[in-house]
Structure formats: C-alpha cells, structure tokens
Design a protein around this ligand. Structure first.
Ligand SMILES: C[S@@+](CC[C@H](N)C(=O)[O-])C[C@H]1O[C@@H](n2cnc3c(N)ncnc32)[C@H](O)[C@@H]1O
Length: 285
C-alpha cells in the first residue's frame, strides 16, 4: 500500500494529486491486484449476453484491421477477445504496469508485442496501426489530450479508434446509492474528501469527448454507443467489485473494514443488482 499512500493522502484531504502521484498510484494498485479489472468486468453482461470486452472487440473486428494496438491493455483480456475474432491480425499492447503486462504475456494464444509505456508517449512510428482500441483506460489519463494526439499519430489514415469509457448513469441505481453511502462514510473521517475523477472530466460528456478528438486531429464525427453491463452479486462478490475500484479500494484497514460491512449488509437481504453504465466511442481517422 505504501506507494498508493501519497496519492490517497492528497485526495482524502481535498488536494489534487500530481500526474506523477497518479502514475505511481495506478502502478502500485495494479501491482497489488493485477488482473482485477477483467476479474470484475468479465462477471458483467450486456442485455444480449456480451461482456464489455466483446463490445469493443466486435467494433474493432468489424473494421477487419490487419493490426491493432490496445492502449492500457492490462492483463490482456481485450487482446484475447480481438485475437479470437481476428486470428491473423498482429496485436500490440502497452501499459504502464509491468505486473499487468506480465499477466498479458502469459496468455496462451495471444502473441502480442507488449511494451511498458505511457499512453502519452507511444513507442511506435506514425501510421503504424490499422486500429487502436482501449477498454476503461482513457478516463485515467491526466494528459488525455496528449494521449489522443498519440492515437491519431500512430493510426493509419482510414484506421478505426474504439475506446470504452465509464458513463455517469442517468438514474440512481443500487450501485450509485451504495457508492454514495460509502463516500459519505469516508467523509465522516476526512471531511475534505470528494469523489475524485483521476482523468479529464470532459470525457464524461459526449461534447467533451468530441472536442478532445477534434483537438487531437480527428475530423470525422465520432459514434457513441451507450449501454449497461450488469449482474446480481452476493455480498463477497460485491465486496470484490467495490474493493477492486480505485480510491475506495485503497483506504486504511479500519475504514476498509467499515466499508466492507456496509457492502455486505447491502447484499444481506438477497442478491445485489450491480449495474455499470458504459460508453463505446468509435471514430475513423
Ligand atoms: C482499469 S485498468 C483496465 C485494464 C484493461 N484495459 C482491462 O480493461 O482489463 C486500467 C489500465 O490502464 C493502465 N494505465 C493507466 N494509465 C495509463 C497510462 N497513462 N498509460 C498506459 N497505461 C495506463 C493501468 O496500468 C491499467 O492496467
């Protein structure tokens, strides 16, 4: 937990962390829990039974690219989903976590060119890829404009960029109510704590996303596909999904214990309906 501390100290006291603190936090979090994102997200399905990895991979496969770069590839779940659909395509992945990349490298049947790198400085030449994908990464990047310029640079003309973002839900759900209760619990101890978005809040709105893409050089109109993934969770699975989130999963032992018992009581009277709102953005260069 040590390297997660500086970032957490800042946000618990209402201070914006530096970009270096954010990168160190993400690195330490993924060292402690490599593979946690896919473990949670694979348990959630769309209404038509797909995972969110399927949604991104289907969009990329529809463009039939000869090669694809996955930005923030984590443990390689999206790479595997793309390999299943595009067995002849050359795949590459970058991530700033060596621990996640080590898991991605162990995946059978997925021989991707994996590199330790930042999304803001991609180690590839101009126009190197026919498609670029990302699954739940761009909302974490403080220099998102630089990262999107890098996507534009490495994408060949006519290439497709498809990336998945979390989306603020239109209506209160069990999950938003629970997250509100947990946040309130944290503010009792740390009154200056406010729920913190690590990356650029412009990514929460369609207009903000479109503006950022124009700023990066894209001239086509993006498409937006808003959907939900959901499942019913028992108390322990629900706790895994909550403690696998950034910030709420990085508190001290005492607060963690308090949040854990709130989470368990939320599922005490029957399974908890867990619902995440997501948005797939796609654009052609
Ligand atoms: C929420 S996880 C998603 C992992 C994977 N895409 C998935 O959905 O299973 C975010 C991933 O993005 C990586 N990441 C965050 N910021 C990054 C950056 N600026 N450059 C490269 N990777 C980054 C993290 O290390 C982590 O593996």
């Amino acid at each position: 937990m040590y390297r997660e501390r500086t970032f957490m100290d800042a946000i618990l006291h209402g201070i914006a962390p530096t970009n270096e603190q954010i990168a160190a936090y993400l690195n330490a979090f993924h060292r402690r829990m490599p593979g946690i994102t896919s473990e949670i997200m694979l348990g959630l399905r769309t209404n038509d039974g797909r995972t969110s990895y399927d949604v991104v991979a289907d969009r990329i496969a529809g463009a039939q690219p000869s090669n694809v770069l996955d930005i923030g590839c984590g443990d390689g779940e999206l790479l595997a989903a793309m390999h299943a659909r595009l067995p002849a395509a050359a795949l590459a992945g970058i991530d700033l976590s060596a621990d996640e990349l080590a898991l991605a490298a162990m995946r059978a049947g997925c021989e991707a060119d994996l590199r330790l790198a930042s999304a803001a400085a991609l180690p590839f030449p101009d126009a190197a890829f026919a498609a670029v994908a990302a699954h739940l990464v761009f909302m974490l990047i403080p220099q998102v404009d630089a990262a999107l310029r890098e996507v534009y640079r490495v994408l060949a003309p006519g290439g497709t960029f498809a990336f998945l973002l979390p989306r603020p839900p239109k209506q209160q759900s069990n999950l938003t109510t629970l997250l509100g209760t947990l946040t309130h619990k944290v503010t009792i101890r740390y009154p200056d704590f406010t729920p913190f978005a690590i990356g650029d809040r412009a990514l929460f709105e369609r207009f903000g996303i479109a503006d950022l893409l124009v700023g990066a050089g894209f001239t086509a109109l993006p498409s937006f596909d808003d959907f939900e993934v959901h499942a019913t969770f028992d108390g322990e699975t629900l706790w895994k999904a909550i403690s696998g989130r950034y910030v709420l999963g990085s508190l001290d032992d005492e607060l963690t214990g308090e949040l854990r018992s709130i989470v368990h009581s939320a599922a005490a009277n029957g399974p908890f309906e867990y619902r995440e709102s997501l948005r797939l953005v796609a654009i052609v260069r």
